[in-house]
Write a protein that binds this ligand. Structure first.
Ligand code: ADP
Length: 488
């Protein structure tokens, strides 16, 4: 093996191989999990997993930790989150390196993710101190009506591999800030990023049982989470398929559920758009992380008057993107995560072409081989082509023309998903009309950037339930308690 076991980290102790339970690194009792570098195919190492029974023990430890953690003043919980935030930033280079090695995204993008993830720790450290209750005007003079917000209880989180660091902090920080212990099950393909965050949480000094990371069979662990009466909330980011499953299973214990699921984002270029900005924005919102992003552009709609110009410029910009190992300089996107992901992209292109689509650029696995795929642009896809109906999750996009605003809106909303949407215009009236008409949880106007710790992130329809980030992000980890005081 050419890769050094330390991954070339400055702080080799960030590379952990065991579950983190009740404030300690635990021994695995399940089948070890091998982790592969998607850029090279080499095995990076393996991590220990645990059985569902041991996961239940982790839940029990969190249950024991809950009363004292909830009772800590929010300022103290926030101070620990601030420490975690500072440690994450201090070790951003190492965390980025771990991420690029196991996930494949370019190093700069990985560092950006680590930093934007850390921002959630800071945001919720502060937000936890602003969990205000209410004093409601009483309907009777001898009574008072008070409303408190209280920590919901032990929470579970299941996170994906495409943002293996920020998705974790985005869930853990509001849970911990609200006073809820958390059991996290990260994605099997990217466990080292999760375990490095656990090591930094250990160093930050969270009490035992408050933050736990378990690895093992995902379906079985999901069942432990949904079947356990102590777990009061589940937060999931991943596919709509698994989200539906967890939502149904969570019915048993009537758990709160937050779901960030798939998307099918339209990117609309109106006739008055700044074309340069629209091309640059579409490139950024499509090819970041090789298109493996729930808010990635899935369908570009370009007004008929500029369709040909847009296609030409966008395809030229896409074709110029450097594909390669994320550790190399200037690489704009890396490999797909696994062979099935690559096979899916190949199948989506074949399906579209069979239905009449034309390949403007790309259209096949990259000459680099392995899990690399060319930046691919299609036009003339049939309305029922899979590439227009399904979430793509790869460096592939279609461009289609539209005649007027009404047609753009009709096409954009014609999807079961409702996560992100984008459009470019310089007309103020159109800006408000179109953002009002788009059936999506998030609308980005004249920008490819749609996420920040300060803004509510989430979707409608089959894209999910609830919001993460912003002041709303902590509310899902809280319950209202109404207190009537009588006989005054
Ligand atoms: P993707 O297809 O992008 O990997 P998934 O929804 O399959 O998306 O995975 C997201 C997360 O859900 C991962 O952590 C994965 O292990 C977990 N997961 C997959 N299947 C299940 C399941 N049946 N129950 C609970 N979690 C699951």
């Amino acid at each position: 093996m050419s890769a050094p076991r330390s991954f070339g980290l400055r702080d080799a102790d960030l590379l952990r191989h065991q579950p983190y339970i009740n404030g300690a690194w635990a021994s695995g009792d399940g089948i070890p999990l091998e982790v592969t570098n998607p850029a090279t195919g080499e095995i990076l190492g393996s991590v220990e997993t645990i059985t569902p029974e041991s996961v239940a023990h982790a839940v029990a430890a969190a249950e024991v930790a809950f009363p004292a953690w909830r009772a800590r003043p929010a300022q103290e919980r926030g101070a620990l989150l601030e420490k975690w935030h500072d440690l994450i930033l201090q070790h951003a280079d190492d965390l980025a390196r771990i991420m690029t090695l196991e996930q494949g995204k370019p190093l700069d993008e990985a560092r950006g993710e680590v930093q934007s993830g850390a921002a959630f720790a800071k945001w919720f450290a502060e937000e936890g101190q602003r969990v205000y209750g209410e004093i409601v005007p009483s309907p009777a003079n001898d009574r008072r009506l008070l409303v408190f917000r209280e920590a919901v209880g032990v929470c579970a989180a299941i996170t994906p591999w495409n943002f293996p660091s920020s998705m974790i902090v985005r869930k853990a920080a509001p849970a911990l800030a609200a006073g809820c212990p958390l059991i996290l099950k990260p994605a099997e393909t990217t466990p080292f990023s999760a375990l490095a965050l656990a090591e930094l949480a250990r160093r930050a000094g969270f009490p035992p049982g408050v933050f736990n990371v378990v690895l093992g069979d995902p379906a079985k662990i999901g069942k432990v989470f949904t079947g356990h009466p102590a777990i009061r909330k589940i937060s999931f980011t991943g596919s709509t398929r698994v989200g539906r499953l967890l939502l149904a299973e969570a019915a048993q214990q009537v758990q709160k559920v937050t779901l960030e699921l798939g998307g099918n984002a339209p990117f609309i270029v109106f006739e008055d758009a700044d074309l340069d900005a629209a091309v640059a924005g579409a490139i950024a919102a499509k090819f970041r992380n090789a298109g493996q992003v729930c808010v990635a552009v899935n369908r570009i709609l370009a007004h008929a008057s500029l369709f040909d110009r847009f296609v030409e410029r966008f395809a030229a910009a896409a074709a110029a993107l450097k594909v390669g190992n994320g550790l190399e300089a200037d690489v704009r996107f890396g490999p797909l995560i696994t062979q099935p992901s690559l096979d899916r992209i190949t199948a989506l292109v074949a399906d579209a072409v069979a239905g009449g689509a034309r390949i403007v650029t790309g259209g096949k696995p990259h000459a680099l081989g392995g899990l690399f795929y060319e930046p691919t642009v299609l036009t003339h896809a049939a309305p029922d082509a899979r590439v227009l109906r399904e979430e793509i999750f790869g460096p592939l996009v279609t461009i289609q023309p539209f005649a007027d605003d009404a047609e753009a809106i009709r096409i954009a909303n014609d999807t079961e998903y409702g996560l992100a949407s984008y459009f470019y215009t310089r007309d103020l009236g159109r800006l408000f009309r179109i953002s009002g008409a788009l059936q999506f949880g998030m609308v980005a106007v004249n920008t490819p950037v749609i996420a920040s710790a300060a803004s509510p992130f989430g979707g409608i329809k089959a894209s999910g339930l609830g919001r993460e980030g912003s002041r709303h992000g902590i509310l899902d980890y809280l319950e209202l308690k109404t207190v009537w005081v009588a006989g005054l």
